[in-house]
Design a protein around this ligand. Structure first.
Ligand code: AMP
Length: 217
């Protein structure tokens, strides 16, 4: 199963992906996580992309495409994967078409205020990357990950100025992908104004339906 999760920053793609990979037993590929890991480890890639991330701008297409191309060659992707945060531009989507064949694109939608609340309250574990929320899914101990005891942090691009930039970049660069995948017949929409557990069944049904329909073609 090769799945893309589309949707504005803060809609919950990362949170849904961390649940879906368990249900589907496939890997998550988050380009944002790859960049953050490289920034943390101070690699050459990390230095190249740091400024884009902190200001909420998109990393240049060629760089992202190359990283995804290499990542998808790895063995753990053979069974399938969930792409979270890629593609984000039409150029990236066209490049991905040449790399592999996608089975399904889920487009997550939520109200503007829900998105702002999710972004500003989001906290992430520095070690295992598990996503928490100050109000909706807080850690048991303040600032400490329940799963691995790592430190949780507030992403620099989850502060108000960068949030605004990311939302406007989403509207101009990424929203056109909705039509792109609609025309290909791959897109399904899910409205996700509440927590994942409420939508798990609907999302899994949509995934199975899409696979089932494909099998009958
Ligand atoms: P995310 O964790 O998906 O919200 O991504 C965080 C940041 O990483 C984005 O605001 C961009 O600066 C960068 N980024 C992640 N994925 C991409 C992508 N596919 N294309 C360009 N920049 C990206």
């Amino acid at each position: 199963m090769k799945l893309i999760l589309l949707g504005s920053p803060g809609v919950g793609k990362g949170t849904y992906t961390q649940e879906l990979v368990k249900d589907l037993n496939i890997v998550q590929i988050s380009t944002g996580d790859i960049f953050r890991e490289n920034i943390k480890s101070k690699t050459v890639l990390g230095q190249k992309v740091e400024n884009y991330l902190s200001t909420g701008k998109l990393v240049p297409d060629e760089l992202v495409i190359e990283i995804v191309r290499e990542r998808l060659k790895e063995k753990d992707c053979q069974k399938g994967f969930i792409l979270d945060g890629f593609p984000r531009t039409l150029r990236q989507a066209e490049a991905l078409d040449k790399i592999t064949k996608i089975d399904l694109v889920l487009n997550f939608k939520a109200d503007h205020q829900v998105i702002i609340d999710r972004l500003s309250g989001r906290r992430i574990c520095r070690s295992c990357k598990w996503i928490y929320h100050l109000k909706n899914s807080p850690t048991k101990i303040d600032g400490q990950c329940d799963k691995c005891e790592g430190e949780t942090f507030h992403r620099p691009d989850d502060f108000p100025e960068a949030i605004q930039k990311r939302l406007s970049v989403y509207e101009t660069e990424t929203a056109p992908l909705i039509d792109y995948y609609k025309k290909k017949g791959l897109l399904r929409e899910v409205v996700v104004n509440e927590e994942f557990s409420k939508y798990r069944e609907e999302i899994m049904n949509r995934i199975h339906l899409a696979l089932g329909l494909k099998n009958h073609l």
